[in-house]
Design a protein around this ligand. Structure first.
Ligand SMILES: [Zn+2]
Length: 174
């Protein structure tokens, strides 16, 4: 149980140390991706970010584009889009990073451990046998570690491929 809960606690670190202004899940502009913000994908309904303070390599955050705090506020189209994106993101991580398993979940409300309680989001944490000490090392790092950017580059084309064919990454890059 201790291991299961640990990924969600890291959000407190993320929320307190993020230097970028505005809501983490609402990057400015219309860009479908942004390396500076670790934004892997934004479409009409969902946003996918690589967690700046990952519990393991490939730790993703998936949120609706709307700034809402509760899953009960989503209409069925947005709810469906969100869960489909959680599934698609898990599939990409499985194929690209080959983890042994996943923690997939959501903390709703501060009392439940949400670091950013006013914008609903799901965590997808790839897990490997023996990965428990990963965050002990990364927790002290303030800037984005090089391997995080390498993971971003590896995952980006697979997320951009989820966009509609009419939207080209070149056209939407900020
Ligand atoms: Zn927001």
């Amino acid at each position: 149980m201790k291991t299961l809960m640990a990924p969600w606690r890291m959000e407190h670190v993320e929320g307190k140390t993020d230097k970028l202004s505005g809501c983490l899940f609402e990057p400015p502009g219309k860009c479908s991706h942004s390396k500076d913000r670790l934004l892997l994908l934004r479409d009409n309904r969902t946003v996918v970010l690589l967690n700046r303070f990952p519990y393991t390599n490939g730790h993703l955050l998936v949120a609706p584009t709307d700034h809402i705090a509760s899953i009960t506020s989503l209409n069925s189209l947005s709810l469906s889009a969100l869960m489909n994106m959680v599934s698609s993101a898990t599939k990409i991580l499985q194929e690209q990073l080959h983890p042994d398993g996943f923690n997939i979940g959501c903390n709703q409300g501060e009392v439940a451990g949400a670091g950013i309680a006013d914008h609903l989001h799901f965590h997808i944490v790839p897990r490997w046998e023996g990965d428990h000490n990963f965050m002990t090392v990364l927790g002290e790092v303030r800037s984005i570690p090089e391997h995080l950017l390498a993971t971003y580059d590896k995952l980006l084309p697979h997320f951009q491929a989820l966009l509609q064919p009419t939207t080209s990454p070149e056209q939407t890059h900020e």
